[in-house]
Design a protein around this ligand. Structure first.
Ligand code: ATP
Ligand code: MG
Length: 573
């Protein structure tokens, strides 16, 4: 990120969230010399917009307070983790505009140390090997209202536990035979403290340590200790870990760890019309409901990037929603608002027709043409302009014509005059139909005195429409995305989420026509197709066969609803 970006993104003091308040206070009181945070993804899927919130928070705090943020892979479950995900996560964090510098870590780098700390707990009589079956363990854990029961193996002596734990590590037992548990309090009101599991036997190859380890630490045992190894000062996680904090603190208090990190919790991001659980996202990919993790309909960072969403828009969105301690659901319209705000400022304007209808300008000389100057950005003169070809045969948007115009329809109809953007006033003289009775062409005339789209005599037209030159336009495929889930709060139930998928989530225009300058479009760099929305070139394009993705339409329903709500509020009180 450039320095300019940073200042733009930094939260002004007055709008600091509660976590930034805590960090500021700790630095002021010198409880921490410098702030050290981490973003700790498990490499079992691609990152989604919820992770972006955590990334912006952790890396953002480090930047704003002059500290550092680590990228640490929480790779403790080899059954689900893959190198592909590690690579994708690194790419996505970078793309969002953040940099971990030298501080790339893996929990698996700490397996030796973690093993040593497990041994330390055993020696202190604070951990034991339990041979109960998972079912017995579950039954004996008790409930929220009833205390748990001690395992019959809980009183094993330290020597026996040390020998058994070493045997677990050496692969002498099959998976599931036994586990290592902390010895804390089976009657605790907090179920996380009822002798939680520290190590399991797992028979799977790990992406980094291969088959060196037969036992793997639990999330709880690995996380805080990894924080301590790295000197993390503020270990920021989502609210579902709040009840794990006493356990986090118990490990830090009972182990000879090199530093004493603290955990803080914030509300995870939930978005309407969106499912963010990795289990669901994996199901969408594996079930073939989308084309992959980076399908532009996916709420993944890779999906947004391919769709044309700029990283600034995601950062802007995260800043707008803020950080709170109560779970809530954010309207996906807020994300769309940030995307439109960003693109309106940056995207160059172009003309394209998604559903072409042929127009012939009868009084324009055959075989001739002229170049028309059109600006690249209406609010940014420095963006310059490009030339577009005007010719006798053009295409306009089929939806900009009505055979029998409805009451509030002011665009093309027989007998009507409209403005062609940047070009001329044209009047529709007649329509041509095919044998099936469909309109296939409009015969029009133009007013040569209206060059540039300017009225020659003060007469007005009620509509300006976009167009492309028939001879010069580039044929293209354009993919239009709609919400993957029409229900604002879809259910994440593994058996039913697939049945809620919007069958119209992808609509394709195979016959779109683009103005010639779009031959220079770059993959994932959005442009505005005037009157239609923002679009970007997709990497599925082949030479001469471009494919464009619609990033987002132009209509801003969220801002309108907001304005309506505010108006209502004013009226009410
Ligand atoms: P999911 O619940 O979607 O499967 P996860 O929590 O298992 O995700 P991790 O890879 O463990 O995914 O998450 C890495 C970090 O991102 C964690 O600190 C987690 O709290 C945070 N995170 C995950 N989902 C969200 C979310 N929706 N909003 C904010 N932070 C999130
Ligand atoms: Mg997790």
């Amino acid at each position: 990120m450039t320095t300019d970006d940073k200042t733009k993104d930094a939260a002004p003091e007055a709008s600091r969230d509660f976590i930034r308040e805590i960090v500021a206070a700790d630095l002021a009181a010198r409880r921490a010399k410098t702030v050290v945070t981490r973003f700790p993804p498990e490499p079992n899927g691609y990152l989604h917009i919820g992770h972006a919130k955590s990334i912006c928070l952790n890396f953002g705090i480090a930047e704003e307070f002059g500290g550092r943020c680590h990228l640490r892979f929480d790779d403790t479950n080899p059954a689900k983790e893959e190198q592909e995900y590690i690579d994708a996560i690194e790419r996505d964090v970078r793309w969002l505009g953040f940099d971990w510098g030298q501080h790339l870590y893996f929990a698996s780098d700490y397996f030796d140390k973690l093993y040593g700390w497990a041994v330390e707990l055993i020696k202190k009589d604070l951990a034991y090997v339990d041979d109960q079956s998972p079912e017995e363990m579950r039954l004996n854990r008790g409930t929220l209202t009833e205390p748990g029961k001690h395992s019959p193996y809980r009183s094993r002596r330290a020597e026996e536990n040390l020998a058994l734990f070493a045997a677990m590590k050496d692969g002498e037992f099959p998976a599931g035979k036994c586990v290592l548990r902390a010895k804390i309090d089976m009657a605790s009101g907090n179920i996380n403290l009822r002798d939680p599991v520290l190590y399991r036997i797992v028979d799977a190859a790990h992406p980094r340590t291969g088959t060196a380890w037969k036992i793997y630490p639990s999330y709880d045992f690995a996380h805080g200790q990894s924080d301590a190894i790295e000197g993390i000062t503020h270990s920021i996680c989502t609210l579902e870990f709040e009840d794990h904090r006493p356990l986090y603190d118990w490990f830090i208090a009972n182990l000879s760890v090199p530093s004493k990190p603290h955990q803080y919790e914030f509300a995870r991001l939930n978005l309407t019309h969106t499912l963010l659980s990795k289990r669901v996202l994996t199901g969408l990919v594996r079930g073939g409901h989308v084309s992959g993790w980076d399908d532009p309909r996916m709420p993944t960072i890779a999906g947004y990037r391919r769709r044309g969403v700029p990283p600034e828009a995601i950062r802007d969105f995260v800043k707008r929603i803020g950080v709170a301690k109560a779970n809530s659901q954010v309207d996906v319209g807020m994300l769309e608002f940030s995307i439109r705000e960003t693109l309106n400022k940056t995207a160059w304007r172009r003309m394209a027709v998604l559903k072409p209808l042929k127009v012939t300008i009868e009084n324009y000389p055959e075989g001739e043409g002229e170049e028309i100057e059109a600006v690249n950005h209406p609010d940014d003169a420095a963006a310059g302009s490009r030339k577009i070809k005007f010719t006798r045969e053009l295409y306009i948007e089929r939806d900009d014509f009505m055979e029998v115009p409805e009451k509030k329809f002011f665009r093309m109809a027989v007998g009507r005059e409209v403005r062609l953007r940047y070009a001329y006033f044209i009047t529709c003289r007649e329509m041509v139909k095919n044998a099936a009775g469909e309109v296939i062409e409009l015969r029009c005339t133009y007013d040569p005195a209206s060059k540039g789209g300017n009225s020659p005599d003060g007469r007005k037209v009620k509509a300006t429409i976009h167009w492309v030159s028939g001879a010069h336009a580039i044929p293209a495929e354009v993919r239009l995305y709609n919400p993957l889930f029409l229900d604002p709060t879809p259910s994440a139930d593994p058996d039913t989420f697939a049945s809620q998928i919007n069958p119209q989530s992808l609509e394709v225009s195979h016959d779109a026509r683009l103005e010639p300058s779009l031959a220079d479009a770059k993959v994932e760099v959005p442009v505005q197709f005037e009157r239609l929305g923002y679009f970007c070139l997709d990497r599925d394009s082949a030479p001469g066969k471009p494919v464009f993705n619609r990033t987002i339409g132009l209509r801003d329903t969220w801002a309108k609803d907001q304005a309506k709500d505010q108006a209502k509020d004013r009226a009410a009180g």
